[in-house]
Design a protein around this ligand. Structure first.
Ligand SMILES: Cc1ncc(COP(=O)(O)O)c(C=O)c1O
Length: 400
């Protein structure tokens, strides 16, 4: 048995059976390439589920992490943390101004947002009867109970009830449904500006503006989940910048520290009043190690011009996928996305395409049941995009 086979056997024996890993163990990475323990190269268009925005093995990030690790890894929020404060300040220079709470993952950031909204309505605004959350069909917000409860895909919720409620799910993009649902009983609306896991669904023009207006008029907290769309993924630091709206609360994770676990919830001054000392906390949240990495990533985004680069190569990838989608009809049904959050829509289940692409050295993943998702590191180049398209074309050509 090879070393890889041995490790895969260990995984099947030792780990709880909640993932569906293929028989591959990654050993190292460089830029947009990953290498498994046998030394085989893969072109990575997954970036660890839209996380590794600077690519793999980035020397500057490695250096920032190592330097901070020697100085101070963890101290908890019993005390102020310099890197956390500087990171909060760096974030406040982007398109959202407010206060920050740090945690360790996306789902935790959403838990914080839902709790903040509830407490803001109940305590700060003295309207404890406003408890209903409005969320969207095909939305995805995470796996802990609160975040799961507002995730609009039954397959993730099944078997876990009773969940947190009340939650009302609306069809994403339906203005009339939003007008009918958002009102004096609504605590908060939670929405992804572009639904990512749900199949890379873009909102119709003006839709998020209408949601914003309904929330403002009814005193409802508007939460944007930018866990996947944020950190520059769509070509602006936040996806909402392209929509002409600003939420009250914003959640981030994934790309924020280039692969070191971190989550953040940002809230405007008004809604931030919902938390007071002792009402919410996280032991690891925003620790020196994670926030030093995040601070490095903030600087790298600007120094490398990654937002402009993402817009340029993102539209290159989007056009290439549209052409591929046309060429390979009826096996495909078009392509959609923004920046480097792109999807090729497949007629039927795309898992066979993912498996065959991997066999040819390309890593992609599935979103929304019928979309092959491409979310490469933001440093991806046009030659790598060409390589990915060529492999996908060959895979589609092989399919019967
Ligand atoms: C939009 C969105 N929200 C929340 C999450 C959950 O993040 P995490 O897996 O870090 O808990 C994800 C993860 O895919 C996501 O895409």
């Amino acid at each position: 048995m090879s070393q890889q086979d041995d490790l895969v056997e260990m995984g099947r024996r030792l780990l709880i059976n909640n993932y569906r890993q293929p028989p591959v163990v990654m050993a190292r990475g460089e830029g947009c390439a990953l290498f498994d323990v046998e030394g085989r190269r893969y072109l990575d268009m997954t970036a660890g589920v839209a996380v590794s925005i600077l690519g793999h093995g980035h020397p500057g990030l490695a250096n920032a992490i190592a330097t901070q690790a020697r100085r101070l890894v963890h101290v908890s929020n019993l005390y102020y943390i310099q890197a956390q404060l500087e990171f909060a300040e760096a974030l406040s220079r982007r398109a959202f101004h407010g206060r920050a709470f740090f945690c360790n993952s996306g789902t935790e950031a959403n838990e914080a947002a839902l709790k903040l909204a509830r407490r803001y309505q109940a305590v700060a605004r003295k309207q404890p009867e406003r408890v209903e959350f409005v969320a969207f069909e095909n939305g995805f917000h995470g796996r802990t109970f609160g975040a799961l409860s507002v995730t609009g895909q039954a397959k993730y919720r099944e078997g876990f009830g009773p969940l947190v409620g009340p939650v009302r799910f609306l069809p994403f993009g339906d203005v009339a449904a939003a007008r009918a649902a958002i009102g004096a009983q609504t605590c908060a609306v939670i929405v992804e500006p572009i639904q990512a896991e749900g199949g890379i669904n873009l909102p119709p023009p003006g839709y998020l503006q209408e949601i914003r207006r309904l929330c403002t008029d009814s005193g409802t907290v508007l939460i944007f989940d930018e866990i996947q769309t944020g950190s520059g993924r769509t070509g602006t630091f936040y996806a909402f910048e392209g929509e002409g709206v600003v939420p009250d609360v914003l959640t981030l994770a994934k790309g924020l520290a280039g692969g070191i676990p971190i989550g953040a919830m940002l809230a405007n001054e008004e809604v931030a009043r919902g938390f007071e000392p002792g009402t919410h906390a996280s032991t690891f949240g925003g620790n020196p190690f994670a926030t030093a990495a995040a601070l490095y990533v903030q600087r790298a985004i600007d120094e490398l011009g990654l937002l402009e680069h993402c817009r340029e190569v993102g539209s290159y990838l989007g056009s290439a996928l549209l052409r591929l989608g046309e060429r390979r009809r009826p096996k495909t049904r078009g392509a959609r996305g923004r920046g480097l959050l792109q999807g090729l829509v497949i007629e039927g289940d795309p898992s066979e395409i993912v498996t065959r692409a991997r066999a040819r050295g390309l890593l992609v993943s599935v979103a929304g049941g019928n979309v092959v998702r491409l979310v490469p590191p933001l440093i991806v180049g046009k030659a790598e995009i060409d390589e990915a398209i060529e492999i996908l074309d060959a895979v589609l050509g092989d399919l019967r």
